[in-house]
Design a protein. Structure first.
Length: 365
């Protein structure tokens, strides 16, 4: 039986969801499935006697730039994949008895290294909408980690609770709450970012870099779709529309190759660190707000550190470390190392994609 957490909000495991999908429910109208795959066939694979009808509403993918790039289904013939590798953010469908339920499915594995943050906004918005239209069941496989993490984030956002308080509050209605350690860290970041996922925040940027570093360390192939767009090229929006990067936003600092003036990074690609401080991604925010430290003085650092960008072809080849050279004139701009590099100020950045300030010109575009 699903447990009631708040009015019109339930939590449960896969059995609870299967029961609602198969037999309908007098109360539940929406289901948020958080399983390792989004397909409804997950239920049949879990229990072969189950046959749950479904009718697709839409699928939404994350494009190369990390932005949401498709809000509609275009036939599902898979032709979109010819453009670039895209990751399914969620699928939305009518499902269950008489197709009466609305099911949103997000593919998230219950692993510490899994990126939960990138799914939070869409999940929490779905819960919000569903509660206005009826009642929603949030479920994962065991009903312990993934669904609990998402509901915790939801309570944090709607009731302005710290992650600890939200967890405790959820535990009062449902004792099995136990998000994995990686999710707990991400809930903390969600709190520090002000109950939203702020892509411009140093907390988020460091997290993204850590996720990438973890995936490199696990020996996964370097997938350049996760790299930042090359600011020296016209941006390729996934819609096929070509625009120049950040035109109109004329205060964006740009870093150019000193030799040939090609733009090699924008301020948004820079992953800030506190000069002189050790690298501890998750305590960054706390340290910064501590009074003992002055405002970061970038002049102390002889380099900037950026997220990996698509012109960094040396990174794509999979080496642990190597030179970063200008894509246009081949001038040496810096160095990368997945195990980290120490900045001249003493801070360790891991993984590190370092550009020497002496090789760059800073201007605005
Ligand atoms: Zn530094
Ligand atoms: Zn150059």
């Amino acid at each position: 039986m699903p447990y009631l957490v708040r009015e019109h909000l339930f939590i449960g495991n896969i059995s609870d969801a299967a029961e609602v999908l198969q037999n309908g429910s007098t109360e539940i109208t929406h289901i948020l499935s958080v399983l390792s795959t989004a397909s409804i066939s997950f239920f049949t694979e879990w229990r072969s006697s189950l046959m749950i009808p479904s009718k697709e509403i839409k699928k939404v993918y994350v494009g190369r730039s990390g932005g949401i790039c498709s809000g509609h289904d275009d036939g599902g013939d898979g032709s979109r994949s010819s453009l670039s590798p895209e990751k399914l953010l969620y699928s939305l469908e009518y499902a269950g008895k008489d197709l009466k339920l609305v099911r949103m499915a997000v593919p998230i594995r219950d692993m510490e290294s899994e990126n939960l943050l990138d799914y939070l906004d869409v999940c929490l918005d779905f819960i919000d909408r569903s509660r206005k239209e009826g009642s929603v069941l949030v479920h994962c496989f065991a009903g312990v980690s993934r669904s609990a993490a998402i509901i915790t984030a939801y309570l944090m956002r709607t009731e302005r609770l710290s992650s600890e308080d939200a967890l405790e509050s959820l535990r009062q209605s449902y004792e099995f709450v136990c998000p994995n350690d990686g999710f707990l860290e991400q809930l903390k970041m969600f709190e520090e970012m002000g109950f939203k996922v702020d892509h411009a925040s140093p907390i988020y940027k460091r997290f993204r870099l850590k996720v990438l570093g973890d995936s490199y360390n696990r020996g996964e192939r370097i997938d350049t779709s996760k790299f930042g767009a090359d600011p020296g090229l016209p941006a390729e929006a996934s819609s096929g529309v070509v625009t120049t990067p950040n035109e109109g936003d004329n205060c964006t600092p740009a870093y150019r190759c000193k030799k040939c003036r090609r733009v090699v990074a924008l301020q948004e690609h820079v992953v800030d660190h506190i000069p002189g401080e050790g690298e501890t991604a998750f305590e960054w925010h706390k340290r910064r707000s501590g009074s003992r430290f002055n405002k970061p003085d970038e002049s102390e650092c002889s380099s900037i550190f950026v997220e990996p960008l698509r012109w960094m072809t040396a990174v794509e080849e999979g080496a642990l470390e190597g030179k970063l050279s200008c894509a246009h004139c081949d001038a040496r701009l810096g160095y990368f190392n997945w195990s980290g590099i120490q900045c001249s100020c003493g801070s360790w950045i891991t993984p590190a994609f370092q550009l020497h300030k002496s090789r760059l010109d800073i201007s605005t575009i």
